[in-house]
Ligand binder design. Structure first.
Ligand code: GLA
Length: 731
């Protein structure tokens, strides 16, 4: 990271020590963003605590009054609000860090030593605070990277072993937050294949609530790492104080939410220490992945707009760029295709008007051709019987048709029925003395092994070297890790889960060094693999294999709290009997793709789809780079409504869907917009009309933003108009 300037904010605390060893005065460290302040304080015993996280104070000097105002009288450990609670000394609650020292001792007591702030840019600052144990030579640096405009904070730690021998990290969290409020409400998510992102909200009671994953890879299939905590009452879209949090890690994670005896909430989040005690040799250090949080006093909508804005600007690969619309062959052919079929699909891609054809699973394997999901995975050579002229001729064929070409891979995996498995059984994660156990008939390759990392990198590198015009990769990951064991790690098995992820990131960062921008989709047999560490390397993710648009209204709604729409790959498929218009409209709230048989579409459906692609190209910029406003919640209303408004507030797109199919349900009243300019006049036009149907709005009328936000407009959604898209243009 390049730092523009670097300076020490306060004199090193040790210099301020009195003779008794106490700090002459407490050291208050505020981290201020546009609207908030996270305030830390080292007291006279050098214990570093979080003393405040809320709206920033007008007068910064008054942060010094905070600890007296809140008091710590009942905390006889002095560590409940610790900024990084250590295990084995005075602490009686869940620790953020637990260590076994080289001599076997398990105690740790971290004391504040110094801190500094580096200004990364006008918007970004990096605070680092050094803590040290007074008995053992263990040093921890806490990092807080704050993004001023978006009120986002990333925090992580680096643990250094200054001892002569090896120490063991039994727990090594990234963040230890402390929130004060009258009550706390947790919104968490759960799911499974085709049922991703199901929310549950409950009041947090005393004790510990743990969100975690032990799946090894595609780790958030059952429980994604994202969560929300509302303070005092459950936040709504526009009201209430809410903190969003997520660890940026694609493997096993663990977040503990502990309501302590003082009724305050401790949030300790990091890599899951389950089966993962990590050894650090003398002079080695371990850096934890960032934990991300955003705090808003104005409800869930504002929090998500900040997070989406931050993601586009700082994390998601090419977040401010463009994306390719596409036609995918998965659901139209599955494994059953050849050059003739694909040639026809390339023509359909052009006819449809999208940018690219995406060849899915089934193009590889010769000894064990990939004609189903039981064989061939790992053997990345074109199946000669299906594609005698190879990928190169398909890429050329796409170019001849004026479209780009993308390809599916699942490089971390292997079918036992493959040449790869026969040649390299020691590259596969499996217990040496136990039966193999499969997830979708496959096993996971051992990315803790550098040779396997080279192999996986080589799959991508070879594809691009042999086909420089290849425009896109769909990177799939369809299995979890059973029987976690690495032949490479031998006796150090407890490092496996962490080293697997480090190996994956190593491969991805090598790919990005050589191919910085080529778009790649993070897919995982449906959802179950999206987080902000992975999204540094990917331009988009696959929210779910469930592409039924009614389901997608709900699934995309929940993802949108945490991820921007430009990252959401939405495909139109035949999963549902809902009209093609409904399916296309829902998929247009993100990165539009198709996975249907274009040649079999009835004439009007085809006309509609071609027109919708043209419309999408006209408004995609607003959906991808604008601000998103959730207007009507599908869980509370018969109609769901979502709008996107561009930064200049000159253009907005409003999507409205019937989600309750009972008799006479629909939009009975105007739906209020948000985020418009009250003073501007807007013309409202219905777009994506199915051929032969009429607009439900009066297109000769203009309305002020004021009217549209106070009264709204009725999109006239009903069973005959189950999906309505309105475009608003400032005059
Ligand atoms: C996963 C993906 C699908 C498809 C198949 C291919 O299930 O989610 O989109 O690519 O794999 O096997």
């Amino acid at each position: 990271m390049k730092l523009k300037s670097s300076f020490v904010v306060l004199p090193l605390a040790l210099m301020a020590l009195s003779k008794s060893g106490a700090l002459a005065q407490t050291v208050t460290i505020p981290i201020e963003t546009n609207k908030n302040a996270l305030v830390l304080e080292a007291d006279d015993k050098h214990d570093l605590s979080t003393i405040y996280f809320g709206p920033k104070l007008a007068d910064g000097k008054e942060y010094n009054h905070l600890s007296a105002a809140y008091g710590k009288d009942n905390d006889y450990t002095g560590l409940m609000a610790s900024a990084y609670a250590p295990a084995g000394s005075r602490n009686l609650l869940e620790p953020a860090i637990a260590i076994t020292h080289a001599d076997g001792n398990q105690s740790l007591d971290l004391k504040y030593v110094s801190h500094k702030v580096d200004k990364v840019s006008d918007d970004v600052s990096l605070l680092s605070i050094v803590l040290k144990d007074q008995v053992y030579n263990t040093e921890v640096t806490l990092y807080y990277k704050s993004y001023f405009k978006d009120d986002v904070i990333e925090q992580w730690s680096t643990i250094r072993n200054g001892e002569k021998g090896t120490i063991v990290l039994n727990k090594f969290a990234s963040a230890d937050l402390y929130l004060k409020a009258g009550s706390f409400f947790l919104t968490q998510y759960h799911g499974d294949w085709a049922k991703e992102m199901r929310p549950e909200t409950s009041q947090i009671t005393h004790g510990i609530k743990t969100l975690d994953s032990k799946l090894g890879t595609r780790a958030d299939l059952f429980q994604p790492p994202v969560f929300m905590v509302s303070m005092d009452k459950p936040a709504t879209e526009d009201e209430g104080t809410v903190l969003y949090g997520s660890i940026e890690w694609s493997g096993n994670y663990r977040t503990d939410l502990e309501l302590d005896p003082e009724n305050n909430l401790r949030i300790i989040s990091g890599i899951n220490n389950y089966a993962s005690a990590y050894q650090l040799k003398a002079n080695e250090s371990f850096t934890t992945p960032p934990f991300l949080s955003v705090l808003s006093a104005n409800g869930k909508g504002e929090a998500s707009r900040k997070l989406q804005h931050w993601a586009r600007n700082y994390k998601l690969l090419d977040g401010n760029g463009s994306r390719l619309t596409l036609l995918n062959n998965w659901e139209s052919t599955y494994f059953d295709f050849d050059e003739t079929k694909l040639a026809a699909l390339l023509k359909d891609t052009k006819k449809l008007g999208v940018d690219m054809f995406l060849l899915d699973d089934g193009w590889f394997g010769n000894k064990y051709p990939r004609n189903g999901d039981h064989s061939g995975l790992g053997d990345w050579q074109e199946t000669k019987t299906k594609l005698p002229n190879g990928i190169a001729s398909l890429v050329k064929g796409a170019g001849d048709n004026g479209v780009k070409f993308g390809i599916w891979i699942e490089p971390e995996m292997v079918n036992p029925k493959s040449e790869l498995y026969e040649k390299h059984p020691d590259w596969v994660i499996k217990q040496p003395k136990r039966d193999e156990y499969y997830f979708r008939n496959q096993l996971v390759l051992d990315l803790a092994n550098p040779t396997v990392q080279d192999f996986v990198y080589g799959i991508v590198d070879n594809l691009f070297t042999q086909n420089p015009a290849l425009a896109y990769i769909k990177w799939d990951c369809n299995a979890v890790i059973y029987n976690a064991y690495s032949a490479y790690l031998k006796k150090d098995q407890s490092q496996f889960y962490v080293d697997y992820m480090k190996g994956l990131y190593n491969v991805l960062s090598r790919i990005r060094t050589k191919y910085p921008k080529v778009p790649m989709m993070l897919c995982s047999g449906g959802g179950g693999r999206v987080d902000y560490n992975a999204l540094q390397y990917f331009t988009e993710f696959w929210p779910s294999d469930n592409t039924d648009p009614l389901e997608r209204v709900f699934i995309q709604w929940e993802y949108s709290y945490f991820y921007p729409s430009i990252a959401s790959s939405n495909h139109v498929t035949d999963w549902s009997k809902l009209p093609i218009k409904y399916r296309v409209d829902v998929a247009s709230m993100g990165k539009l793709g198709f996975d249907i048989v274009i040649s079999k579409l009835p004439e009007n459906d085809l006309k509609f789809v071609q027109n919708a692609v043209t419309n999408f190209n006209g408004f995609k910029d607003v959906v991808w780079h604008g601000d998103q406003y959730r207007l009507l919640d599908p869980r509370e209303n018969p109609v769901a409504s979502v709008a996107y408004v561009n930064e200049a507030k000159t253009k907005a797109i409003m999507f409205n869907y019937l989600v309750n199919y009972r008799y006479d349900e629909g939009s009975k009243a105007p739906i209020r917009l948000k985020g418009l300019d009250p003073a501007k006049q807007y013309k409202v036009k219905e777009i994506n009309l199915y051929p032969g149907t009429n607009s439900g709005v009066d297109e000769n009328q203009t309305y002020t933003g004021d009217f549209l936000m106070k009264v709204g407009i009725n999109p006239k959604v009903n069973s005959g108009r189950s999906s309505v898209v309105l475009q608003l243009d400032a005059q």
